[in-house]
Ligand binder design. Structure first.
Ligand code: SF4
Length: 379
């Protein structure tokens, strides 16, 4: 029986909504922030979970959003302390917090130094022109400055989010963004492509001037080479890390492990090992509804057997360097491997995977067309 090792905490507010963002986030002006009530509700949410799920031994906490750095350090500390005294956890638990460079200063970093041990800066670009196109609230100089200040204060596990394929972006500009992050000696870079998510302002725009396919391919090739040349391990689709700084929290998702999620719109995955069931729980998305809620289990749903292979491979396939164990498939989904025989056979015929009695290995072709592989499991 595997323990629940990961906890996600969601803070839904942002200064303003970025035009490409489909996260559960709300501009403060459109959705007033009641920090004290929200923190109290998070505590209720957590308490109700631990009354119902005892199989917890936390190894990671991830504070995400939205923009959690809009929340006072006192509130973050009180919440982490509350959690830490209530559940068993690793002494060296990874505690990550997302920070928007436009909402954090040296004092806040100092106050959080003994509360969190990993920072994920939502930089997106070190080029002012791109930051303007993305309507971010910070500029490149602020981003560089706050990363250096965090390092000066002794933060030794820093991630920088960088996006590529941005409006008007050239290959040189994309490589400049990556080089700046590398030269800052951060431990982890999440390098991901701008995608047009339904319902966002960008999705509805017709003239964004996104680079053409040839430029995208060149950015992809040169960027990955640059990261490899500087000893960043490409361990997950968008994750590049120095050895031993892989994000433990994200790995737990990609390993299809259980996790708890508290806060507006947060999701949890729980396995009932005795009854061989998998559950998902989603919290109310809108902050005011979440804050009125007192039953945090009301949206619990059973993941039916037909949906489990897709979920399993969707997550497992993100970790690039490993073979996917069929024994693990059986133990985590409670399904026999015969259940997915026809899909595996088809995927092998299409050269998307190779498989034997023990492992599924995604081919280079399959990594490129991962969706084609995953679609075989859609029901
Ligand atoms: S700051 Fe992050 S979470 Fe907030 S709107 Fe922008 S991209 Fe979304």
């Amino acid at each position: 029986m595997k323990k629940i090792k990961a906890l996600y905490i969601h803070f839904p507010w942002c200064i303003r909504k970025c035009p490409y963002c489909d996260f559960n986030s709300y501009a403060i002006g459109s959705c007033p922030k009641d920090e004290n009530l929200y923190i109290e509700t998070l505590k209720h949410n957590f308490e109700q979970f631990i009354e119902n799920f005892q199989n917890i031994y936390l190894s990671t906490i991830y504070i995400g959003g939205g923009t959690p750095s809009l929340i006072s350090s006192d509130s973050i500390k009180s919440l982490i302390d509350f959690i830490a005294v209530r559940v068993p956890h690793e002494q060296s638990m990874e505690i990550s917090m997302e920070m928007n460079p436009g909402t954090v200063d040296q004092q806040k970093l100092k106050n959080l130094k003994n509360v969190i041990n990993r920072i994920s800066f939502g930089v997106q670009s070190f080029t002012d022109r791109s930051l303007k196109a993305l309507k971010r609230i910070h500029n490149a100089e602020q981003a560089v400055s706050i990363i250096k200040q965090a390092q000066d204060l002794g933060f030794e596990n820093i991630n920088v989010d960088i996006m590529h394929d941005l409006p008007y972006q050239t290959v040189d500009a994309a490589i400049h963004d990556l080089s700046t992050a590398i030269n800052l000696s951060v431990q982890h870079i999440s390098w991901y492509q701008l995608t047009m998510e339904e319902g966002t302002e960008f999705y509805l725009s017709s003239n964004l001037n996104i680079p053409n396919e040839d430029i995208l391919e060149e950015i992809d090739l040169k960027g990955k080479q640059l990261l490899a040349d500087h000893n960043f391990v490409h361990y997950e689709i968008s994750g590049f890390s120095r050895e031993s700084y892989f994000c433990r929290h994200n790995i737990s998702y990609w390993n299809y492990d259980d996790y708890l999620g508290i806060g507006a719109g947060a999701h949890s995955k729980i396995t009932d090992w005795d009854n061989k069931k998998i559950f998902r729980i989603a919290q109310d998305e809108e902050p005011y509804k979440f804050m009125q809620n007192r039953n945090f289990l009301k949206n619990l749903r059973d993941v039916n057997p037909e949906s489990r292979p897709f979920e399993f491979f969707l997550n497992k396939a993100r970790l690039l360097k490993q073979n996917i164990s069929l024994e693990e498939f059986e133990s985590l989904t409670f399904l026999k491997r015969a259940f997915i025989q026809s899909q595996l056979k088809k995927a092998q015929e299409l050269d998307l995977i190779k498989y034997d009695d023990t492992f599924v290995t995604i081919t280079e072709f399959g990594k490129r067309y991962l969706n084609s592989f995953l679609e075989l499991f859609l029901v």
